[in-house]
Design a protein around this ligand. Structure first.
Ligand code: AHM
Ligand code: MG
Length: 335
């Protein structure tokens, strides 16, 4: 029988690779793993809401039933707050970042950014959703409160990042900048177990993911690339839950596009807690991620916490090809 490696065991083993590691990052990743299990439990019984009560109302016991994205937000904050391994968090659900006071007088050097439940409009129809997270070393002095600058760091500064996909099974995928590993939750023992060791994205794939319904609103150069995907007989696969789409592309190869439209020049997705962590994971697996102006996403300097960015991310050869199309046709269309 193969020996099982649990997430906790793996994280601790990896800590030994860093001779001066204090165990804080290890603790943070474990906190995120615990929060993921709690969120997973609630996501799995989401369908039961209709018999025990609906969101924003009361269940039969008279308790308030929360929307799952708010619940996930609360649980992540609670788990990160209790251990005191980070000094602040920023979430899609909160307008401002939240400083976390030291626990037992211990100052922390990390901040965490996250989208607690991405693609949450999918929950009502039993489709996969995910949690995205990124961890930065703070810039501010360790003996004070964290500040906005700690959160507005380029993706290249990420110390760790990952996602949890609540799908047919629940999987946690993360990187600390030394490759990407995936851990599937075994519900019978309540542990994330190493299932996808050292994930490498295929150099190219035969699937593309884009909201094709917006096709006519895209710039001509992006339309030409999408036409090319169609001419190549690539399959269009779009779940509307970025974590799920990225996970599929990471394993099978392909490209995910969320381009600008004339109305939304920055697209929809958020740089700090959606695109940067997922771009870091994809790059660590050998892929590429570019913004609308063909800049590497991880090199962008965030100006605001909830800043949006357009993105093309996935298999390296496909991202390169997309770039060629955009360069070629933007010259033609501006003539
Ligand atoms: P959310 O953060 O409000 O859940 O929105 C993000 C989601 C992504 O997961 C997904 O890729 C995208 O929105 C889908 O948007 P659209 O419906 O415009 O294609
Ligand atoms: Mg989101």
């Amino acid at each position: 029988m193969n020996r099982i490696t649990t997430l906790d065991e793996f994280i601790i083993r990896r800590q030994k690779d860093f001779p001066y590691a204090s165990g804080e990052l290890t603790g943070l990743l474990r906190d995120i793993g615990v929060a993921a299990k709690i969120v997973n439990r609630e996501v799995n019984k989401a369908g039961l809401v209709s018999i025990i009560g609906v969101a924003d109302s009361q269940n039969v016991s008279g308790d308030e039933v929360q929307k799952l994205d708010l619940y996930a937000n609360e649980k992540l904050i609670e788990c990160l707050q209790n251990s005191g391994e980070c000094c602040g968090i920023a979430s899609e659900e909160n307008e401002d970042f939240t400083p976390i006071p030291p626990v037992s007088g211990k100052a922390s050097k990390y901040v965490v950014v996250f989208d607690p439940l991405d693609g949450s409009s999918n929950i009502d129809v039993n489709v996969s959703v995910g949690t995205i997270f990124g961890i930065y070393r703070r810039k501010s002095p360790e003996d004070g409160t964290c500040n906005l600058e700690d959160f507005l760091q380029k993706g290249t500064e990420l110390v760790a990042a990952g996602y949890v996909l609540y799908g047919t099974s629940t999987i946690l995928v993360y990187t600390t900048g030394r490759g990407v590993n995936g851990f599937t939750l075994d519900p019978s023992i309540g542990e994330f177990c190493l299932s996808h060791r050292d994930i490498r994205i295929p150099a190219r794939g035969s699937q593309y993911a884009v909201n094709q319904g917006y096709y006519l609103k895209f710039d001509v150069e992006m339309r030409r690339y999408i036409d090319h995907c169609s001419e190549m007989n690539f399959s269009l696969r779009y779940i509307g839950s970025m974590v799920s789409d990225i996970h599929r592309i990471l394993l099978k190869g392909g490209i995910f596009l969320y381009p600008q439209t004339r109305k939304f020049p920055q697209g929809k997705l958020r740089l700090v807690y959606e695109c940067n962590p997922l771009s870091f994971v994809v790059e660590q697996a050998g892929g590429k991620a570019l913004s609308g102006n063909l800049q590497r996403v991880l090199d962008m300097q965030p100006e605001q916490l909830h800043q949006r960015v357009t993105i093309s991310v996935g298999s390296p050869e496909m991202v390169d090809e997309m770039k060629e199309f955009v360069e070629r046709y933007s010259v033609v269309s501006s003539d």
